[in-house]
Unconditional design. Sequence first.
Length: 314
Amino acid sequence: MRSRFLIFNVTFWSTALIFNACNSTSSKALSSVVYDPVDTDSIVLATPSLLMDKLDSLKKGLLYFPPVDSINKIEPKAARKMLKDSIFLELKKKPKHIYLTFDDGPLLGSQAIDSIMTAKGVKASVFLIGKHAKMSKMLTKYLHRYLDNPLIEAYNHSYTHANHRYQTFYADANTAFMDFIKAQEELELKHKVARLPGRNIWMFDDVKRLDGRNGGTTAEMLHEEGFSVFGWDVEWRLNGKTGDSEQTVELTYNAMKKFLDKNMSLYPNNVVLLMHDDMFQLPKAQMQLGALIDSLKQHPDYNFEFMSDYPKKY
């Protein structure tokens, strides 16, 4: 009996082990709509002669697994586990990608974020609110600092931030959609990238992940308009008025590392951290942000990326 090999293209893989660090979204709700391209249809069986004709495919992201003479006798559940375990081992060898994202700017903490990213030399993604840029000359100045900084990319977080009435806002999907369009135009944003206020919804390429609340229709309308809609994997909370952390730098760092080590994020080896501009008004909080970045930079295989490049695939 000829030996057979399992082939799997990890470019189209994302783990089904979904975990959300934001307390406002339950794991039960997340489990209702999950993007998981790992299925038995993705497994290709090929003879050794076919594999020999494709030796260069390792450079294209294909992973090869040891010969299994009795592959047809393996229970489907056991075969899937063997496949995923092999993928995990290969992914651990690959670079890891960090996405530092900040919501609700421009606000009082925006200037500090801009300065810290410049000082540390790392990339950051800011999701901006249109009306905030109009509230004062100072906030308008902060907006332009973001737009002029090559280490920062600015994206759409709506014009009104739903006036913090999210259920009502998304109940009228067309009005919510136009709110994003207004922000895109008035902020003169270059990238069609958005994050929905109050919602951890992902919708880009062929990926669709909802959080069990309304807002999905608005996300679909934005996606049809050419936007990529992104949520987050881990959230870090700080009290903007006191600079005190609800979660220490160490805990936040460990949460991000756990997502990368155990492939718990939406895409393996890619972790999106959610923060908010108003967290970093005070020097105490600014020092914590710098400390988190320094901790992440200690890893030679950690790379800071823009959300417009999400996800990095192999």
